[in-house]
Ligand binder design. Structure first.
Ligand code: BG6
Length: 252
C-alpha cells in the first residue's frame, strides 16, 4: 500500500504491535474523534482483512457500537456466492437500537449476502426468567452458534462513556469510579491493568470463550480511546487491532 509507505503508517503499526504485544496492528490515517470518515476507513480495513479468512470460516460474532456499525456498512459479498453467518456476540447491553449487536448483525449479513441469527434477550431479567429463556430452543441454538464462531469482531469503549451511553445506575457509576475502570468491551469493564472490575449480565460470549482457536479483531480508534485500548489489550496477546492514527499516536 503506497499511501502507507509514504505516510510511515507501517512503521507506526509495527511499533504499536510491539508495544501492545499483539498479533497484528492495522492503522488507518486520521482521528475518528475528529472526523467521522475515519470510522468508515477502519471499517474498510477490517473488512479487507476479514474477507480472506471467510474462505475457511463461516461464522462471525460481532458486538455493538458505532465502530462496528461502520464495519457492517463496509461489508461486501464473498466470492463464489459463499454465505457467511453473522451472530451477535452478546445479548442486550443497553445500547440504542442502531448500535446494538443485533442490528449490526443484520446489516452486515445483508451487505455480505449472508445469513444472520438474532439474540432476543432483554437487558433486565429476573434470574428465573433468564434461566428459562436460555433453555428456549431458539435461544439455545443461537448461543451454540455464537460459541462456535471462528471469528469475533468487537469494539472497545472508554468505561465512563459506555456507562453513560447505557444509562447505567448510580451504583454502577460508583463501582466504576471506585475500581478505576478505564475500558469496556463485551459488557465487561476493566481497570488500567486489564483486570475485570465489573460485568453486565447477559447471555452470549463470555471473555473466557475468547480462546486461541478464534481469530479476534478489535476495531477501536480515536485519541480519546487510547487509554481504554491499552488497558483492554493487557488481557491477551494474539489479537488483531484495527485502529486509527489518533489513537496510535496517543498510545506510543
Ligand atoms: C458497544 C459494545 O455496543 O460498543 C461495547 O457493547 C463497545 O462493548 C462499544 O465497547 C464501542 O462503541 P463505539 O461506538 O465507541 O464503537
Amino acid at each position: 500500500n503506497v499511501m502507507k509507505e509514504v505516510s510511515g503508517l507501517h512503521v507506526l503499526e509495527e511499533r504499536l504491535r510491539e508495544k501492545l504485544k499483539l498479533a497484528e496492528v492495522i492503522i488507518v490515517p486520521g482521528d475518528s474523534d475528529r472526523d467521522q470518515w475515519v470510522k468508515t476507513e477502519m471499517g474498510k480495513a477490517a473488512v479487507n482483512r476479514l474477507l480472506p479468512l471467510l474462505k475457511s470460516e463461516r461464522t462471525i460474532a460481532v458486538t455493538g457500537g458505532t465502530t462496528l456499525a461502520a464495519v457492517a456498512e463496509m461489508m461486501k459479498p464473498l466470492p463464489n456466492r459463499k454465505r457467511p453467518l453473522i451472530v451477535p456476540a452478546r445479548g442486550g447491553l443497553g445500547e440504542h437500537v442502531e448500535n446494538q449487536a443485533n442490528t449490526i448483525c443484520s446489516t452486515m449479513a445483508q451487505k455480505a449476502n449472508g445469513e444472520y441469527r438474532l439474540l432476543h434477550v432483554p437487558d433486565q431479567l429476573s434470574k428465573e426468567s433468564y434461566q428459562s429463556l436460555i433453555e428456549e430452543p431458539g435461544v439455545k441454538d443461537v448461543l451454540e452458534q455464537i460459541r462456535s464462531a471462528g471469528i469475533v469482531i468487537h469494539g472497545i469503549g472508554e468505561a465512563t462513556t459506555m456507562a453513560e451511553r447505557r444509562n447505567s445506575s448510580s451504583i454502577v457509576f460508583q463501582e466504576i469510579e471506585k475500581q478505576n475502570a478505564v475500558a469496556e468491551a463485551f459488557g465487561y469493564y476493566f481497570d488500567q491493568d486489564g483486570t475485570i472490575v465489573h460485568k453486565l449480565k447477559t447471555v452470549g460470549l463470555q471473555l473466557d470463550d475468547l480462546t486461541d482457536d478464534k481469530t479476534i479483531f478489535a476495531v477501536a480508534g480515536g485519541s480519546s480511546k487510547a487509554n481504554a485500548i491499552a488497558a483492554y489489550m493487557k488481557r491477551g496477546p494474539r489479537q488483531i487491532l484495527i485502529t486509527d492514527e489518533g489513537a496510535a499516536n496517543e498510545l506510543l
